[in-house]
Design a protein around this ligand. Sequence first.
Ligand SMILES: [Zn+2]
Length: 197
Amino acid sequence: MRTHTQSIERLVNKFSSLGGVGKKTAMRYAYSIVSMSKHDVEDFCDALIDVKNKLQYCSVCATFAESAVCEICQSRASDTVCVVSFPKDVLSIERAGGYKGLYHVLHGTISPLDGRGPDELRIKELLQRLQNGNFGEVILATNPDIEGEATSMYISRLIKPLGIKVSRIAQGISMGSDIEFVDEVTLARAIDNRVEF
Ligand SMILES: [Zn+2]
């Protein structure tokens, strides 16, 4: 039995396709849209298209940017690079404050089970960047789960021969957690208390 109209059903399905959105939440979102004015809905659609048109990856660190080089790469001079899996992790660390260095986004983790090897990540770009620049330290801030640990381990082995200090965030973040959801104080402390590989 169909509980919504066909168009609402379609919208609910679209929302449920988003990460972390369950059927109930999707339904709530869909009905919020239905109750909005036509102008507000158009504005909402425009925001979706706009972000897709404007967003690109920073040519240096590969986080989201609205120009060829992101604001962080443009405005910071640092010899420290913090390596994260996803652009949203840059945001989490920035929000935690404290860290004033540069970033490098891998766009994933090594996951043999999902058929994702090192070549699928931006590891080659990281090594090139490290070889061409003057860097003193690389902080590996992938998630403290099995894939994140394996990815950090793999990268640390590649960086060590370059003579650059490699450290791993550790303290205070429990195994299996997601950087994105770690509270700001814990995350800031984890970066401060990083341990050398
Ligand atoms: Zn950048």
